[in-house]
Design a binder for this molecule. Structure first.
Ligand code: ADP
Length: 567
């Protein structure tokens, strides 16, 4: 009875084992039961399939012999049992491994479990190759998408740069161009607002220059706040860019420690920001900043590409400011030329008008002094003489003015003839000697060349020489000598007039050939003059295609040197 019932139990057990076997056989997972020595007590078909071995060959084999498990960096080998506890060994069999068989490598996930109250361990092994492949595929797709997006972004940024470059190449007004740039960059990045700051005239602070927004109404709080602000070096976002001369990033200006426009940024819903310097070479012109409605993580590549935009913009702004300067100078020059012409005309007209009455005064005073209206008393004679002399001076000045007006209007036409300059100078000397003697001065003449012939207009050229020789006497103390030398080189006749007079200071030397220049010294006051003589002389000499130069030492004397072509 007992045996029949135990047979029954065994039969039942067999049945349930067969059933279990069946169940295990239907599983995709490989299942293996190990004894305390980690030898195979049971293995299902799925495991045998994975290993490519018949099931019977597995039974009794050590798990370390049949399962070659590897991770990326190590092969799972039979541990030293004395050192390691069973439960740790079991644990080490759980995880994701590569299962190396004779024919293939399979990615598996295994879970090992110790069966309570026995020394047995159950190992369930799942082939995850496909799953891993799918996962790899997913990662690959994600990576490709990211790469595509990155390419789009970088294309977008290149496009921004291209558009900026074309705006700057067009010749529109600076205000229009820089607002356009803010728009291109802001829109291109999908950000909300941008502001440009430029240095004020004293280069002491940054001031608002221009802005752009995408039209969101509450952004106006931020823009009107920006308009009112200025930034010193190292103050706020613009000031920091100025100090460091490099771009700056703010993840969230609404939460920033150093953002004076924090309140209005919050009201406007602005967060992420970056700012770039506008540098033309080393010259700092201003900064450009952009704002996003989202918190933004630093984007190095964005800053790099925007730095290029900043450089382009700065270069443009510098070019524009040079253009502005040039055109205002051009206008000023045109205005001055106009003014000069008007003045020349006035002088010409006025001196003509002045000459006639002065000549009449001269005639009548002369007649009076000659007794046409009866004898004059001594006092009357003296007064008449003073009036006559003053009138003479006035006539000289009026004549000077007329001479200059004529030469300026291009009305002097030379009548050149071959003239011996030696002869001309001797004649001038004879006339001037008396004048020099009046001032106890002497006038010497040196010529080692004999006759030197040059094509000159004798009337004008003589007047020019007389003027220079006259000055040598006028601007020299009593008793000194003046030397005139005539010589030549291959191309020119050269006349030098060397006095031992008061000289001309270095700073004044360039001025003496200008119209109405009278150097401020006691002698100029004493001798009087119009400041027109040398201007006229230079013009006349230049009409002869010659030149005049001057060398002088204050207190020692002055030498004028005149060159006239001889051929
Ligand atoms: P003016 O003699 O009528 O003042 P000029 O055109 O002849 O005008 O000379 C311009 C200025 O140059 C003079 O006022 C004088 O100060 C200076 N100057 C000219 N010649 C001499 C000279 N030989 N020595 C020193 N100063 C001179």
């Amino acid at each position: 009875m007992g045996s029949s019932s135990s047979e029954q139990v065994i039969a039942d057990l067999r049945k349930s084992l067969a059933w279990l076997d069946l169940v295990l056989a239907t599983l995709n997972e490989g299942v293996v039961v190990l004894n305390g020595n980690m030898e195979v007590l049971f293995a299902n078909d799925a495991l045998a399939d994975m290993l490519g071995k018949p099931r019977v060959l597995l039974l009794g084999a050590s798990v370390w012999d049949i399962l070659q498990l590897r991770t990326e960096d190590k092969i799972l080998a039979k541990p030293e049992y004395k050192k390691v506890q069973q439960k740790d060994i079991v644990k080490s069999l759980s995880g994701v491994f590569q299962l190396w068989t004779e024919n293939s490598i399979i990615n598996i996930e295994s879970s090992a479990e110790h069966i309570e109250n026995t020394s047995h361990t159950v190992l369930v092994i799942r082939d995850v190759t496909e799953r891993l492949q799918a996962q790899t595929q997913r990662v690959k797709i994600a990576q490709e998408r990211a790469a595509r997006e990155a390419a789009q972004i970088s294309e977008q940024r290149v496009l921004i740069q291209y558009k900026v470059a074309s705006i700057l190449a067009e010749s529109q007004k600076q205000e229009v161009a820089i607002t356009e740039i803010l728009k291109i960059v802001g829109k291109g990045l999908g950000w909300k607002a941008g502001v440009i700051w430029t240095l004020d005239t004293k280069k002491a602070k940054l001031q608002y220059a221009s802005s752009w927004t995408d039209g969101t109404p509450q952004l106006r709080y931020f823009i009107s706040d920006s308009r009112q602000k200025t930034f010193l070096k190292n103050e706020g976002l613009p000031g920091r860019v100025w100090k460091k001369l490099e771009s700056q990033w703010e993840n969230d200006v609404a939460a920033s420690e150093d953002f004076p426009r924090k309140e209005s940024a919050r009201k406007a819903g602005l967060h992420g920001a970056f700012a770039i310097p506008l540098l033309s070479g080393k010259e700092f012109v201003g900064i450009m900043e952009f704002f996003s409605d989202r918190v933004q993580k630093p984007d190095k590549e964005l800053l790099t590409s925007m730095t290029t935009v900043g450089m382009q913009t700065a270069e443009y702004m510098r070019r524009k400011s040079v253009e502005r300067l040039t055109s205002s100078l051009r206008e000023q020059k045109a205005y001055l030329l106009e003014l000069n012409k008007a003045k020349d005309e006035f002088i010409s007209v006025a001196s003509h008008q002045l000459r006639t009455p002065a000549t009449v005064v001269k005639q009548f005073l002369g007649m009076m002094m000659e007794g046409y209206c009866g004898d004059l008393t001594e006092a009357q004679k003296e007064f008449a003489e003073i009036a006559y002399e003053s009138n003479e001076r006035q006539i000289v000045i009026v004549n000077d003015l007329l001479r200059v007006a004529q030469v300026d209007a291009g009305k002097v036409i030379l009548k050149q003839q071959e003239i011996d300059l030696d002869k001309l100078l001797r004649s001038i000397l004879r006339e001037q000697k008396a004048k020099f003697a009046e001032r106890q001065q002497t006038l010497s003449y040196v010529n080692k060349f004999g006759p030197i012939v040059a094509p000159i207009d004798i009337t004008h050229f003589r007047m020019a020489l007389e003027n220079i020789i006259d000055n040598a006497s006028k601007y020299t103390e009593l008793g000194e000598n003046t030397t005139i030398t005539l010589y030549k080189n291959d191309t020119s006749a050269i006349i030098s007039v060397q006095d031992k007079g008061i000289g001309i200071a270095k700073d004044d030397i360039d001025k003496i050939f200008h119209k109405f220049t009278r150097i401020d010294n006691p002698m100029s006051v004493l001798v009087g003059g119009s400041g027109l003589g040398l201007y006229w002389c230079k013009k006349i000499i230049e009409l002869h295609e010659g030149s005049i130069s001057v060398a002088s030492v204050v207190g020692k004397g002055t030498t004028f040197t005149i060159y006239v072509p001889i051929k």
